[in-house]
Design a binder for this molecule. Structure first.
Ligand SMILES: O=C1C[C@@](O)(C(=O)O)C[C@@H](O)[C@@H]1O
Length: 209
């Protein structure tokens, strides 16, 4: 299991690294500065693997362009990173991204809680173009939390499962124990509701394991 520090400012890099993050996620949709120079700066300052994420507004981010506009932004950055997060709506560009030798996190976010058949179908769809499927959904009950944990435990690995929103946020600390490959945290400024700080999640996992 890897702890990902999701950052929107290169100034948070040192805090993320000192807190013990295993991966850095750069939320490109939340960065105001020039992306190429920002990513070159971060690459020069750490050997920790970098995930590049340009999150659409529909799935919780700020990017509103089409797939070609998305790829125009992401393409120049790929050579500096280790993993690229690709939503289903941008999947047509996955083959071109893979020619750079990077991995793809194929991601899907929705605020609702799909049933098991839907979760299985989403996973299958994501595995068709990505190396690691990432499914982030919104549990609405303790039964949903249990169903999400069961799905995670029984799914083919690797898989990343997370939750959308801050309802049942404790599930974020349990999903890695049930096989989720990545746990997304913040290093001072959350990039999504419900995130724990890297240090908090490390402590939680050390106590729970
Ligand atoms: O998909 C995810 C998970 C996330 O939305 C979260 O809820 O922690 C944060 C995003 O930056 C990341 O790309």
């Amino acid at each position: 299991m890897k702890i990902v520090a999701s950052i929107n400012d290169p100034d948070m890099l040192d805090l993320a690294v000192s807190a013990g993050a295993n991966f850095i996620e750069l939320r490109l949709d939340l960065i105001e500065d020039d992306l190429v120079s920002t990513i070159e700066l971060i690459r020069a300052r750490t050997v920790i693997p970098i995930i590049a994420t340009l999150r659409s507004r529909d799935e919780g981010g700020r990017f509103t362009g089409d797939a070609d506009a998305w790829f125009e932004i992401v393409d120049p950055l790929i050579r500096h990173v280790d993993i690229v997060d690709v939503e289903v709506r941008y999947r047509e560009h996955a083959p071109a991204i893979k020619t750079h030798g990077v991995q793809i996190i194929a991601s899907h976010h929705r605020p609702e809680m799909p049933d098991r058949l839907e979760l299985d179908a989403i996973e299958s769809d994501l595995r068709a173009f990505g190396d690691i499927p990432k499914i982030a959904v919104g549990p609405q009950s303790q039964a949903d939390v249990l169903a999400l944990l069961a799905f995670t435990a029984e799914a083919q690995k690797p898989i990343c499962v997370s939750i959308v929103g801050d309802k049942y946020r404790y599930t974020r600390a349990l999903l890695p124990l049930f096989g989720s490959e990545f746990a997304y945290c913040h290093a001072g400024t959350p990039t999504a509701k419900g995130q724990y700080h890297v240090e908090e999640l490390k402590q939680l996992l050390e106590m729970l394991q």
